[in-house]
Design a protein around this ligand. Sequence first.
Ligand code: SF4
Ligand code: SF4
Length: 475
Amino acid sequence: MTQEKIKIKDVTPQQFNPKTHKGAADRFNPSNRIYVRAVTGIYQQLRRRMGWVLMVLFMGLPWIPYGDRQAILLDIGQQQFNFFGTTLWPQDLTLLATVFMIAAFALFFVTTFLGRVWCGYFCPQTVWTFIYIWFEEKLEGAANKRRKQDSLKLTQSLIVRKTLKHIAWLAVALITGLTFVGYFVPIKTLFVDFFTFNTSFSATFWVLFFTGCTYANAGWMRSIVCIHMCPYARFQSAMFDKDTYIVGYDTQRGEARGPRPRKKDPKALGLGDCIDCNLCVQVCPTGIDIRDGLQYECINCGACVDACDETMTRMGYEKRLISYTTEHKLEGKHTKVMRPKLIGYGAVMVAMVGLFFVLLSAVSPMGLDVIRDRSQLFRENNEGLVENTYTLKILNKTQQDRTYQLKVEGIEGIEWYGPQQVAVAAGEVYTLPISLGVDPYELTTPIVDIRFTLSDSSDDSEPVVTESRFIGELR
Ligand code: SF4
Ligand code: SF4
């Protein structure tokens, strides 16, 4: 058995050191703020590109039209979710539940395989935080400079630069808030109305709410969200094992750490490859020292890998003293990629994807609800037939106007009183009261099951059948 539990040790530092970020206990104190140092490298490039793709998708998707509507519109008021011409109604929520289950198992699968890469590369909290850090860096200077100037008295130039930074942060937050709300209300109208002060109270509230959340989370709270608020950070450990790819420090190679002249042979000095430059700590967005071992704060962003590679290259040492690796690899053992837990998560995910497509293919473009009139069980009409009254709710789930045909089966010679062809506007529910009449001699029991059928002759979709009952008196 290769998957033993990962050993735990307490690495909580006792005092905060702003240079090394150590001292988690006092992290809420503003003077102990983490000044994240910018770094370049292959993983940061990858993360930046992923960030761009996600931003373009997030910002662009609600602007894509489909027919005369927005391609993606989650219209909560009308209880309709529109996705590129397909409209999902509350009746189709099992489909949405399947999407959530696919997402959950995909997350379990990826976490078991690659650790918290979701957090490091895809999570909006990380993407937005790095955007905000970019503005900070451009307007206030590098991390060291920021730390120094924040400890001194405010100068006029710093006030101007800080004000510009907050304006930029708020602008990003406002666009984020507007775009997010634009998934729920038509985005073009929302943008025009918002800037002309014509939005409704609820739209204004939600735009300002999400603006505030973005500004606070990415500007001020940053790692506090990842470490203390995100539930994912808490349950990830249940998925980790010694074969999970994590960001790890090669202790065997790195220790004993310590500074040394570049030209000197570290072995002759009794040192390992770590020169104790602290760069890996200074670039860490959650402020941890990965040399202390795997920690739940680590979001697998790879910034420390790039930072350490830079140092190793400068020193003329081999790269990847810090790398994406596994606990087993760090112990000099074999990493087993295909293992029961991973295969299990993958299998359930694939099964859920299959179920999703089965459910999707069964989604009907129309719906029929039949409500039997309960105030009167039955009555005899002037033709001598037993009559029952029903209210039909005909739902057009498509984005085009449709004409539907209706019929009923279940009793010989059943009469239909009311229209059997109805035109229903796109996305509307049409309410149709009708009556059915039956010769009492045709009734074999006082309660007979009947079937209403709704069909659309303009396309080849399957008719919708809804069952109901006819009640009468036997002769
Ligand atoms: S330890 Fe490294 S990978 Fe983990 S969060 Fe910090 S910088 Fe990112
Ligand atoms: S960046 Fe590399 S060399 Fe520098 S302290 Fe971190 S592990 Fe050591």
